[in-house]
Design a protein around this ligand. Structure first.
Ligand code: EPZ
Length: 421
């Protein structure tokens, strides 16, 4: 297994290009199943999760081919309805084939995704939404077995859970509703840019959708959809990770090809903490010279501060003089990185779903274990500013969601390598 090795202490300088958004590409690849025809998806990042989605499309009987950032998907006529445990267990986002399969085939058997290290992650909202559209749902032998006797039928669906809206449940129900009879109204739909990107792709396929990006999405079902070509939006979480990398090292970095309107919550917090951020001609320059100031952040659904940047922000707070607080309102248990950061000399205390971070002068490099994708990114950022050598193990988490991270950080001047254990 590989590990990432970092010698901390270098200020990052230069330019970095952002890749396409993983969390946009995954449901959009699933959406291709809604038509028999060929779709072409551009700007797809080369990541392990994308490879898993391609394997899943193959398992469902679709043709899918990745080349140079572009995926061609040809589902054809004879799709199979079963998404096997082997694939779903390695990637929760596989659950987003449920809506498309059900809408197109009238049946779907998708392995019930279990919990994961960031929390219990139920799928009740996905099931509630699909049931409202007329699906008969059962859980048998670890699989969600969904059947629709006739064409799904549009209805009003309220998709609010204990933690607010759900990104993939909104996607699943929206995809299913595109081929349903009549109109569906999803209330409390997720407003994330990835949902908007999915809606735009579906519209290119011929779907009738309005209101994406707001908490009320309306879908007028159509009889069939065609194949389409679409370019994935830039990854706002990857972008945010590089913004924090520049800030934590006291560097000066220009971010190319991002969508600044998608990460205002992070820019707001970084600015409050003393980081200078300038948006100009489609680029974003981030630099820090002076001392960092403590800030508090609460993770919330979009446009609030994203949970997927919580660990990275915590790494920054760990070296910010004073006390900062992070409250996690999406995944209350998403704090496994805390003990690893503390191994590096951080002083972070957990109090319910809040982390109280007492900034220290200096972190010290150490071997640490990555527990999930974003936690890994937080540890890499901590390694960039720590004194001495940090080894981040279980790098496969990082490879699920960050395209060539060590190469991009090296180009910015970091001393970072991938080594075999
Ligand atoms: C998406 O997951 C992302 N994954 C996650 O990114 C991200 O952390 C999350 O949205 C929140 O922004 C993909 O897009 C592939 P949710 P999703 O349903 O859609 C609760 C990463 O690192 N909930 O919006 O599965 C849930 O437990 C990953 O890239 C229910 O209660 O997340 C959570 O508290 C990790 N019932 C909240 O809603 C449900 O049926 C939001 O989760 C579904 C969710």
């Amino acid at each position: 297994m590989d590990k990432i090795v970092i010698e901390g202490g270098r200020k990052l300088r230069g330019e970095v290009e952002v890749s396409g958004a993983k969390n946009s590409a995954l449901p959009i690849l699933a959406a291709c199943l809604l038509s028999e025809e060929e779709s072409v998806i551009e700007n797809v990042p080369d990541l392990k999760d994308i490879a898993t989605m391609i394997r899943l499309l193959h398992a469902l009987g679709a043709k899918a081919h990745y080349e140079a950032g572009e995926i061609t998907v040809k589902p054809g006529r004879d799709l199979k309805p079963v998404a096997p445990y082997k694939l779903v267990s390695t990637m929760r986002a596989s659950v987003c084939v449920l809506g498309p399969l059900l809408a197109r085939l009238g049946e779907a058997e998708v392995s019930f995704p279990g919990g994961c290290v960031i929390g219990s992650r139920p799928i009740d909202l996905h099931l509630k939404g699909l049931q409202a559209l007329g699906a008969d749902l059962q859980v048998q032998h670890g699989y969600v077995i969904a059947k629709a006797k006739r064409r799904l039928r549009g209805r009003d669906v309220f998709l609010g859970g204990a933690f607010g809206s759900s990104v993939l449940a909104t996607g699943n129900v929206m995809m299913a509703a595109t081929l349903a009879d009549r109109k569906t109204l999803i209330e409390n739909s997720a407003c994330e840019p990835e949902v908007v990107d999915l809606a735009r792709f579906l519209r290119k396929m011929g779907a009738k959708i309005q209101g994406e990006g707001s908490p009320r999405i309306e879908i007028e079902g159509v009889k069939r959809l065609r194949g389409a070509r679409h370019r994935i939006i830039p990854d706002r979480i990857e972008t945010g990770t590089y913004l924090v990398a520049a800030a934590i090292t006291g560097g000066d970095v220009v971010i190319q090809k991002s969508s600044p309107e998608h990460y205002n919550a992070l820019v707001d917090k970084l600015t409050e903490s003393g980081v200078r951020i300038e948006k100009k001609d489609g680029t974003v320059r981030v630099r820090r010279r002076g001392r960092l100031r403590p800030v508090d952040a609460t993770t919330l659904p979009y446009p609030g501060f994203p949970t997927d940047l919580q660990a990275q922000m915590m790494a920054l707070m760990a070296v910010t003089p004073g006390i900062s607080i992070i409250t996690e309102k999406i995944y209350p248990d998403r704090f496994i990185h805390v003990s690893e950061l503390n191994r590096m000399g951080a002083r972070i205390f957990l109090e319910g779903n809040s982390a109280i971070v007492h900034g220290v002068k200096q972190l010290s490099g150490a071997p640490v274990i990555a527990s999930d994708l974003r936690a890994s990114a937080g540890l890499v950022l901590a390694g960039l500013v720590a004194e001495g050598r940090t080894e981040v193990r279980r790098v496969y988490h990082l490879d699920r969601g960050y395209e060539r991270i060590e190469e991009k950080l090296s180009r910015l001047g970091a001393k970072i390598d991938r080594e075999k254990e």
